[in-house]
Write a protein of this length. Structure first.
Length: 364
């Protein structure tokens, strides 16, 4: 099925390219269904689907009994001023503000957004990429799904490269694509900052709660480990709670409640949380176990979202300049669109995090 889809997209792309290069001119007959089916080793039904999309896009038109012919596509050779934005979650507490930043720059430059949501599913990411390749777009901004896991749809990114459609990664980049243009938070530094602050305020036994299937979680964990090592505190894997996309709403709370209820046997005085949402779950687990934050133990978040300042216990956290990240991503992509050499230079930007101190940490 995957191989058939790739042949279908290749057929669509090849015909589109022949039109753009002038190999198929206005009025020229497109190869017949039988010819295309034989050339790409697909069914005539698959050929009809590809031709129908080309027809919907205005590249070709069909005449009953005569065949399919090329339209005058002069107006399509050039910028469409459409930018696709593929994100993991639309309702996520961070991404609406990232989109605001992207949209601000695009509107100022006469571009429109085509927005897609993967729900942090690699299968959905592949489907979104496939769908966007059938649309008239000038570029993409992509937040990769489960970015720590090896990407299995590299061929789709290769097809974007072949079509010379530029793209910029935000928040993370797939392991095989670290050299592609991207704008990321320095998450290792962020994990280090919150852990060092806890150490500097007298905490000695620090639990970490991190997301295992994205790069941000792994890098924040790396910063946590670095700070502990600098302080001469041995790394204890039993003090690290790992969770995944699928269990993010249950496992952090359940594990932290168990640890809080057994705190007399498994002592800890602080928790470094993957983000502000998880920090609130840690606080809820503490309260349900009869403990309080920061009196019994301190908690830190990450992202400095609205949750950090509006909860019952204001969170010590790490800044995440969401709108600025969105603006930077849009500006980088537009620079690449205007100057292809900018993409070849492999631009990568790391945003420096800053610590925000609030009441969820108490000196020990």
């Amino acid at each position: 099925m995957e191989e058939k889809r790739l042949k279908y997209y290749k057929m669509h792309h090849d015909l589109e390219e022949q039109i753009h290069r002038g190999e198929l001119r206005a009025g020229d007959r497109v190869p017949s269904e039988n010819q295309l089916a034989a050339a790409y080793q697909v069914s005539r039904q698959t050929v009809r689907k590809a031709l129908q999309i080309l027809q919907d896009e205005g590249y070709v038109y069909a005449e009953h009994g005569r065949g399919t012919f090329c339209c005058d596509r002069a107006h399509h050779v050039g910028a469409s001023h459409n930018i696709a934005v593929i994100t993991t979650y639309l309702s996520d507490y961070i991404f609406p503000r990232v989109i605001q930043g992207i949209d601000q720059v695009l509107q100022e430059n006469g571009y429109s957004i085509l927005l897609k949501n993967t729900r942090n599913s690699r299968t959905m990411e592949a489907k979104c990429l496939e769908e966007m390749m059938l649309k008239d777009i000038d570029g993409l901004i992509i937040e990769p799904s489960k970015s720590q896991i090896f990407c299995k749809h590299m061929q789709l990114y290769q097809m974007l490269d072949e079509r010379k459609i530029p793209y910029v990664f935000i928040q993370a980049a797939h392991p095989q694509m670290q050299g592609k243009p991207h704008i990321l938070m320095d998450d290792c530094r962020g994990g280090y900052l919150v852990t060092k602050y806890l150490l500097d305020t007298g905490h000695k036994s620090i639990v970490g709660v991190f997301k295992a299937d994205d790069t941000q979680g792994q890098l924040r964990h790396k910063g946590y480990v670095q700070a502990l090592q600098e302080a001469g505190i041995p790394y204890d894997p039993d003090k690290v709670v790992w969770f995944y996309t699928e269990d993010r709403k249950t496992h952090p709370y359940e594990k932290m409640r168990q640890m809080a209820e057994k705190r007399n046997l498994f002592y800890f005085d602080a928790v470094v949380s993957y983000n502000d949402q998880i920090a609130l779950e840690v606080i809820r687990a503490a309260e349900d176990a009869g403990l309080s934050v920061p009196e019994d133990f301190s908690v830190t978040g990450y992202d400095n979202s609205y949750l950090a300042s509006t909860g019952k216990v204001p969170l010590t956290t790490v800044t995440h300049p969401q709108e600025e990240l969105g603006r930077m991503a849009a500006e980088m992509l537009l620079t690449i669109i205007r100057d292809k050499a900018a993409e070849e230079s492999g631009r990568q930007i790391l945003i420096e995090p800053e610590l925000v101190v609030r009441e969820s940490v108490k000196k020990r």
